[in-house]
Structures are given as C-alpha cells and as structure tokens.
Design a protein around this ligand. Structure first.
Ligand code: SAM
Length: 270
C-alpha cells in the first residue's frame, strides 16, 4: 500500500520547519493538511498554533493519528480520499473562513489534486505544497522554458501566483523516494471567468498541448473545425506561434476570441 499511496514520510526537522515558516500561520488559523501520514508535519502545524483538519486515506495511519491526538481540540482527522472529500470550509472547520493548505503531497496525485485545488481556490487563503521537483519546474516554467512549459504551467499560473520555495533531497524522507522534491508556495488569483467557463478554458489548454509542436492556428482549426471564428483575426493574433510560446494571459485572450464563436460543447471540459 505504501508505495502505491506515495508514502514517503518527512524526517528532516529543518525541512519541516521551513515548510511551516513558509505557511506564515497566524495563531488559530485553519489549515487543511493533505496526507498527514505519521503526523510529522501535523505536529509542527499544531505547535505553530494552527487549527488543523487533516485528510488521510490510509486506515492504519488514521488509527495511529487518532490515538496520538485524541482529545486535542485543534486537530480533526477525516479518513477519506482527498479527491472525493468535501473541501468547503464549513465541512472542514465549521466556519466559512478561507483556509491554508499545507501538504507533502503523494506524487501520484499531484496533477489531479492541483486541478481540484484550482477549482476550489476561492476557499483557500494560500498553499504550501511539496511536489516532485519536475512538477515544481513545470508549475513555475515560463514561455520559452522548453518542455517544462505546458498545460500545467498555464493552468496553474492562471489560477495561482506561484513562488519557488526550496529544494528537498530524497534523504529528507523515510523511505527516500527515487526523485528529488521541491516546495512551492501558491496564492489564489481572483477568478476572471465564471467556474464553468474556466473549466472549459483549462480543458482547452490541455487539448492544445496534446499537440504542442503544432502551430497554434492549425491546432485550433483542427480542434474546433466548426467554430465560426474570425480565423484571419485569430491568425494575426497568434501569428506563427506554437502553444508553448504564448503566456497564460495570451492563451486566455485566444480562448475568449474563440469562445464567442463556438458552441460551448465544442470547447469541452464541462
Ligand atoms: N505528511 C506526511 C509527511 O510529510 O511525513 C506524509 C506524506 S506522504 C508523501 C503522503 C501521504 O498521503 C501518505 O500518508 C498517504 O497515505 C496519503 N495519501 C495518499 N493518497 C491519498 C489520498 N488520495 N487522499 C488522502 N491521503 C492520501
């Protein structure tokens, strides 16, 4: 079960300390910890004065966590799959206030979880996430950043302001993973699109990057053959660019130009 669930437990005190420092918690601030595992980070969050709700999927780890913090009023454990859990602040903390997310993420679910967190971001104050180093590079990459810049970069940067935290070597974990890790800090950006329209935008970006080397214009024509778009105008806008050359804001402008001209179901993603 351990390997499948990405169970690499933090054992480095300095790394634990730096994660909590990056979260800059105020006393009593609500924190959602994803995958508390054996509770190394949980203990630090509680010591920093946070109110912690933790969501853990592994029943054996949940039993140990419950035993360890039985009677601790600042700690609540929910035994669940984070991808299915209700992330409303009322469900997690009993109040409507925005909460902080702190997690040493199981790497197998970084991508689906990041997309879930993007969709839920108006509930979040800020996030501090440990991810595989390659994911951190993709999150932070800019146009012209080679193969790292892609749909994950654009979608994440559309939803969040991202900051590089620090690198974490495999030896900081027990057992050590095969990959290097990195901590990133994220701040939710206000929504510029209604939720359904934003979901379409994110799906659109993912579809574009399935053929990242194709010129944007032929990619768009292939994906939306029936769009009554002003292709000449779109052509001027994207010139001879590939998807990987455009900033998130430029992609949003192309999407908006296209969206006005295409039946919504043609844009996929809900
Ligand atoms: N936070 C702990 C630490 O830093 O030592 C453990 C981190 S470990 C990388 C990831 C944790 O996420 C494990 O405890 C694992 O059981 C849990 N986990 C894996 N998949 C999960 C899921 N879908 N929902 C909730 N927890 C999950």
């Amino acid at each position: 079960m351990g390997r499948k669930l990405g169970q690499h437990f933090l054992r480095s005190a300095p790394v634990l300390g730096r994660i909590v420092a990056l979260a800059a918690l105020a006393p009593g601030e609500p924190v959602l910890e994803i995958g508390p595992g054996r509770g190394a980070l949980t203990g630090r969050l509680l010591a920093a004065g946070a109110r912690v709700t933790a969501i853990e999927i592994d029943p054996a780890l949940c039993a140990a966590l419950r035993a360890r913090w039985e009677g601790e009023p600042a700690f609540r454990l929910i035994e669940a799959d984070i991808l299915r859990a209700d992330l409303a602040p009322e469900a997690l903390f009993g109040t409507p206030a925005r909460y902080v997310v702190v997690a040493n993420l199981p790497y197998y679910l970084s991508s689906p979880l990041l997309f879930r967190l993007m969709a839920e971001r108006e509930r979040l104050a800020r996030l501090v996430l440990m991810v595989q180093r390659e994911i951190a590079e993709r999150l932070l990459a800019e146009p012209g950043g080679g193969k790292d810049y892609g749909s994950l970069s654009i979608c994440a940067q559309h939803a969040f302001l991202l900051r590089r935290g620090f690198a974490v070597p495999p030896g900081a974990f027990d057992p050590p993973p095969k990959v290097h890790s990195a901590v990133v800090a994220l701040e939710p950006r206000p929504r510029r699109l209604a939720p359904e329209r934003e979901a379409r935008f994110l799906a659109h970006i993912q579809r574009l990057f399935m053929n990242r080397r194709k010129l944007m214009l032929s990619n768009l024509r292939r994906l939306y053959p029936d769009a009554g778009a002003d292709w000449a105008e779109l052509g001027r806008r994207v010139e001879r660019a590939r998807a990987e050359a455009l900033t998130p804001a430029e992609h949003l402008a192309v999407f908006e130009a296209l969206y006005g001209a295409v039946a919504p179901q043609g844009l996929g993603g809900g």
